[in-house]
Design a protein around this ligand. Structure first.
Ligand SMILES: Nc1ncnc2c1ncn2[C@@H]1O[C@H](COP(=O)(O)OP(=O)(O)OP(=O)(O)O)[C@@H](O)[C@H]1O
Length: 263
C-alpha cells in the first residue's frame, strides 16, 4: 500500500507570496489531478513532491517517512516521475531507456539481469512501443518518446506515480490507453498524482482534484465537488460550456470572439 502525504506545504516559486499551505493525503488507489493555468506552479509542485525541489516550508511524506530524510535510491524505489520536458539527446535505445527504471534495484556496477529485461520489455509492450525497442530514442516521434517515458516508470514499478501532463503529444487512442493504464495502476494500489491541462481527462479519470491559482491560492477535494464550471472559469479566466456525456462531465471553452465562418 502506498500513500503520499503533504503537510502544510508551501512550494518555492521565486518572487511569489506563500499563498495557501497545502495539506492532503493521496491514498493508495486514488488518482489526483492538479489543474491550473500556465505558471500556476503545477510542475514546481510535482518536482517538490518528488524531492527535486526544496519546499519553502512544510513537508512531504512517503508512507510514514519524511521524503527529505530518504536517499535518492530509496525514493526511486517508492516514487516515479514522468517529466513534462525531457532531454533525450543521449544515444540510448528504447530498451536501454526503459531499463533505467530498474536502476534503483541494481547495485552501482551491476548489469541488468534477464528478469530486468523481461520487465522492461513487458512495459514497452504495454505502452505499444515494443516494436521500437532497438531504435535510438532521439529518432522517435514526440508521442512515441512520451510512451517510452511512461514505460520507463512502469518498469520502475513505484508505489507512487507523479506524472506531468502524461498525455502530452499522444493521439486520442493513446491518451485513453495511458489514462486506463494509470487507472489500472491505481486499482493495484498505487497512489497517483497527475498535472493535466485537459479538464475532460481530469473529469473522466481523476477522483480528487487540486486547483492551483497563480497567486498561490489553492483548493482541493473529491472531483465532483471541485470540478464546478464557475470555479474552473475563475481558475482559467475562460468561459466554459459543460454537459454530461456517458456519465462524465465534459467542458468546452466558449469564445467571446465572433465564430469564424467556413467558406
Ligand atoms: N528557477 C526559477 N526561477 C524563477 N522562476 C521560476 C523558476 N522555476 C519556475 N519559475 C516560475 O514559477 C512559476 C511556476 O512554474 P511551473 O513550471 O511550476 O508552472 P506550471 O503550472 O507547471 O505551468 P505550465 O502549465 O506552463 O506547465 C512560473 O511563473 C515560472 O516562470
Amino acid at each position: 500500500m502506498s500513500r503520499l502525504s503533504v503537510e502544510n506545504l508551501i512550494i518555492d516559486i521565486p518572487g511569489r507570496s506563500d499563498g495557501r499551505a497545502l495539506s492532503f493525503e493521496v491514498e493508495s488507489g486514488q488518482i489526483w489531478g492538479v489543474l491550473g493555468p500556465n505558471g500556476a506552479g503545477k510542475t514546481t509542485l510535482l518536482h517538490t513532491l518528488a524531492g527535486l525541489r526544496t519546499p519553502r516550508s512544510g513537508q512531504v511524506l512517503l508512507g510514514k517517512e519524511p521524503l527529505a530524510a530518504l536517499g535518492r535510491r530509496a525514493v526511486a524505489r517508492k516514487l516515479g516521475l514522468v517529466f513534462q520536458e525531457r532531454h533525450d539527446d543521449f544515444p540510448a535505445t528504447v530498451l536501454e531507456t526503459a531499463l533505467i527504471g530498474r536502476h534503483p534495484y541494481l547495485s552501482p556496477w551491476q548489469m541488468e539481469q534477464a528478469e530486468d529485461v523481461r520487465l522492461a520489455a513487458a512495459a514497452l509492450t504495454r505502452l505499444d512501443v515494443d516494436h521500437l525497442q532497438h531504435r535510438l530514442l532521439h529518432t522517435l516521434s514526440g508521442g512515441e518518446r512520451q510512451r517510452v517515458a511512461i514505460a520507463t516508470v512502469l518498469t520502475q514499478a513505484p508505489g507512487i506515480w507523479l506524472a506531468d501532463e502524461p498525455t502530452n503529444h499522444l493521439d486520442l487512442h493513446h491518451q485513453t490507453e495511458t489514462m486506463a493504464l494509470l487507472a489500472e495502476e491505481a486499482e493495484c494500489g498505487r497512489a497517483i498524482v497527475l498535472c493535466l491541462h485537459d479538464l475532460n481527462l481530469a473529469a473522466r479519470w481523476c477522483d480528487h482534484i487540486l486547483l492551483l491559482y497563480p497567486d498561490g491560492e489553492a483548493c482541493w477535494g473529491p472531483a465532483d465537488s471541485i470540478l464546478v464550471t464557475g470555479a474552473l472559469e475563475r481558475l482559467y479566466g475562460q468561459r466554459l460550456a459543460s454537459a454530461e456525456i456517458n456519465g462524465s462531465q465534459v467542458f468546452m471553452p466558449v469564445s467571446d470572439r465572433p465564430e469564424r465562418k467556413r467558406s
